[in-house]
Design a protein around this ligand. Structure first.
Ligand code: PHB
Ligand code: FE
Length: 327
């Protein structure tokens, strides 16, 4: 197990106001336009906007389900308590040339370094969760900070949005206006007609109105939980900042507009499919792939996750097939 520490050694970005960071033998530096990642078998560059957007998701989602690929080279694999940080491990060319490099950390240690990188490398005005059209730029020398954007709480309903004691609704009054691309979404409330005696057991809310008021993109939030069944809607615009390599099947329901998905083999990155999902389309993403989505216009996607912690082992051992249906 490696220890993740914050380096104080001056480097590339020092004169620009950016600190370098280390996690084990990985070193992270930034300049005006790029994150530079150094590891024992090589170096790699990622455009700083893409890097901060990917890092923001990895931090906010607690390393998510399975693999979070920042790009074709750098990423993390969640082992739920520990996490692997890798360079080239999910890249056929790196692995066949034996140039990949992997280190394991306690999740909380790596998370701490990632949080510090995000904090130091994000200047005033740049919000890694916002669509490019709704945020300032991340480039240039350090100027100010944007903690408000970085410290947003991820919405996780215990049972369902709107129930007593659970996550509340989004309204104009509490700072969540309808997004500029969703002004046509209905704000009606559903009518609930419960049988006498069941009034306290029936609940409904306007999901479209709730999601259309999201101020972030590519950030599924849990709006209802029934045991391990988590319904996670999200609004999407531009590009999913990571290539997600899932360790289980997940279902997508395209609720409005359109997303185009690039689907690749999870381990090698070989192209597997291009999936265009239009409003009303439903897809199951297999457990052995990675995917990245493109949403030309802000759209609503329902991601349906199975939170059962025994699933990764059932898939990786082959006890479960990587897809949920056979036709
Ligand atoms: C996914 O990887 O499945 C994913 C992540 C974020 C989203 C949508 C889908 O906003
Ligand atoms: Fe996914």
């Amino acid at each position: 197990m490696s220890t993740a520490t914050v380096s104080t050694v001056s480097a590339k970005g020092a004169e620009l106001g950016y600190k370098p960071f280390t996690a084990g033998k990985f070193r992270f530096e930034r300049d005006e336009y790029f994150a530079h990642i150094t590891f024992p078998t090589g170096t790699h560059m990622i455009p700083i906007d893409a890097f901060l957007r990917a890092l923001m998701r990895d931090v906010a989602w607690g390393f998510f389900y399975g693999t979070v690929n920042f790009d074709q080279v750098i990423g993390t694999i969640n082992h739920y308590g520990t996490v692997e940080l890798f360079a080239g491990l999910m890249n056929e060319a790196f692995v066949s040339a034996n140039r990949h490099y992997v280190e394991k950390f306690d999740s909380k240690d790596l998370r701490k370094v990632f949080v510090e990188i995000l904090d130091n490398w994000t200047s005033e005005g740049f919000d890694p969760f916002a669509s490019p059209e709704e945020t300032g730029k991340p480039f240039g020398a350090k100027h100010g900070e944007n903690r408000k954007a970085l410290e947003r709480e991820r919405v996780v309903a215990k049972r369902m949005v709107g129930l007593p004691g659970d996550v509340g609704y989004r309204t104009d009054q509490n700072g969540y206006p309808l997004n500029r691309q969703f002004t046509d979404v209905s704000t009606d409330k559903p009518e609930v007609h419960a049988e006498p005696g069941f009034e306290g057991e029936v609940h409904a809310f306007n999901l479209f109105n709730y999601v259309a008021r999201s101020d972030v993109t590519w950030n599924p939030s849990v709006v209802s939980a029934v045991k391990d069944s988590l319904l996670c809607p999200t609004t999407e615009e531009y590009i999913l900042p990571i290539f997600h390599g899932n360790d289980r099947v997940e279902w997508f329901v395209q609720a409005s507009d359109e997303i185009i998905w690039d689907v690749e083999d999870g381990k090698t990155g070989r192209p597997r499919a291009k999936v265009t999902m239009k409003a009303g389309d439903v897809a199951a993403m297999p457990a052995d792939i990675r995917h990245k989505g493109y949403s030309p216009k802000r759209s609503i996607l329902l991601v349906w996750e199975n939170n059962d912690g025994t699933l990764p082992q059932l898939y990786s051992s082959g006890k479960l097939k990587p897809y949920p249906v056979e036709f």
